[in-house]
Ligand binder design. Structure first.
Ligand SMILES: [Zn+2]
Length: 388
């Protein structure tokens, strides 16, 4: 892999400082922060921001692509939206998910052709509530089903969603954790005790907190009830995902989450679907999921035939990053932590901060936060030709 130098960048450092400096990259890793060697290929950032690339741990589709399409096309779309690592997230019947994973692995030389894809995520089938999904997407927890899916994923399933109230959930979580899978509490109406059992078994993530969780009923008039969400907000052993569009989770809940959880235990995700990033209009989801309406990045992907219900978000990762700054009023360091550093830490990736030895997964952003360049492993995989 040829060396690359970056100069004249406003570089976001792990301590939150932004310094005008350069970087040297060798063999896909950052090897020096400071004035780069002049003899190697150089990208002049002309004062643009250089930040860690965005990492999306929950995405079902983008543009006109979904997990049922081509992973190369998916990764290309993601690159243009600032994503340097992502986990294509499957939601479908187990047999269909297996077939898609096997096809992706065959088409991409076991993911080697798509270095942004750092693993697969299964949101179904082990869910107690479908959310926007269909009952055929769900299945009871069974070791044979688990083994079958793990085998079809070829060792690439890194995140697995489970509702704690399903029979066999703690044992399944323990087994998956032993296989190095991060288990996430999802689509649930479980009791606090059931959630505690799942966390004691090893669950370390909560899938889109607030979404597909229920508000507990009031038992004594005038007394605000506490339920599962309240417990998860103060349970430091689990990180919580937030869909960062302001519609799935209103801004007050986002702020509450950020004040409750330790700084490294919140992960912003898109939960994007087919249609994310497309112009406002009506589109047909693939595989008979129905017709949807999109009005903008922050209003979700809405199912026209199902009362305009939400079916994931229309966010792309750079939209979520911009929202963190413009809608949730956080600084760039916090936005980077939520959209890159924290997911990297949770999944054990050598990414998510600009430091010597880390993977050279970077984003060059204009002052208006438009993606100018996306760099993965020291290679420029996207560049915007006309600059603002
Ligand atoms: Zn999802």
């Amino acid at each position: 892999m040829p060396a690359l130098a970056i100069r004249n960048g406003k570089i976001l450092l792990p301590d939150g400082r932004i310094v005008t400096s350069g970087l040297t990259i060798n063999n896909g890793k950052i090897t020096r922060i400071g004035k780069p060697d002049r003899k190697i290929t150089t990208l002049d950032c002309r004062g643009a921001y250089v930040i860690p690339g965005l990492i999306d741990i929950h995405t079902h589709g983008i543009g006109r692509i979904s997990t049922s399409g081509s992973l190369r096309a998916y990764a290309e779309q993601e690159a243009s939206r600032g994503t340097t690592a992502f986990y294509p997230t499957f939601f479908g019947p187990p047999e269909e998910t297996s077939a898609h994973m096997q096809r992706h692995l065959a088409e991409t030389d076991n993911l080697r052709a798509v270095p942004q894809v750092v693993g697969f995520r299964l949101e179904s089938p082990y869910l107690a509530r479908t959310g926007a999904g269909r009952s055929k997407d769900l299945a009871p927890i069974h070791p044979t089903t688990t083994r079958h899916l793990l085998r079809a994923g070829g060792g690439w399933i890194k995140i697995w969603d489970i509702s704690p109230e399903l029979p066999g959930a703690p044992a399944a979580i323990r087994a998956l954790c032993r296989s190095g899978v991060v288990c996430s509490i999802a689509h649930t109406q479980c009791t606090v005790a059931q959630a505690q059992a799942a966390i004691s078994a090893g669950a370390r993530l909560v899938t889109h907190l607030f979404d597909t969780f229920v508000i507990p009923p009031q038992t004594d008039p005038g007394v605000t009830p506490a339920g599962l969400v309240d417990y998860l907000l103060v349970e430091d052993r689990v990180a919580c995902e937030i869909i960062a569009d302001g519609t799935h989770v209103p801004a007050f809940h986002v702020e509450k989450t950020l004040r409750c959880k330790p700084a490294n235990n919140v992960v912003f995700v898109t939960d994007s679907n087919f249609g994310a990033g497309l112009a406002p209009g009506e589109y047909d989801l693939p595989q008979g999921w129905g017709r949807v309406k999109i009005t903008g990045p922050n209003d979700g992907v809405r199912l026209i035939d199902r009362g305009m219900g939400l079916a994931g978000s229309a966010l792309t990762p750079i939209d979520g990053f911009r929202n963190t700054i413009r809608m949730f009023h956080k600084d760039m360091a916090a936005a980077s932590r939520l959209c890159s550093g924290n997911p990297a830490r949770l999944l054990g990736l050598n990414k998510g901060e600009i430091a010597v030895g880390r993977d050279a997964d970077l984003l060059v952003l204009s002052p208006k936060l438009d993606v100018l360049y996306t760099v993965v492993g020291g290679k420029i995989i996207f560049s915007r030709r006309s600059r603002d």
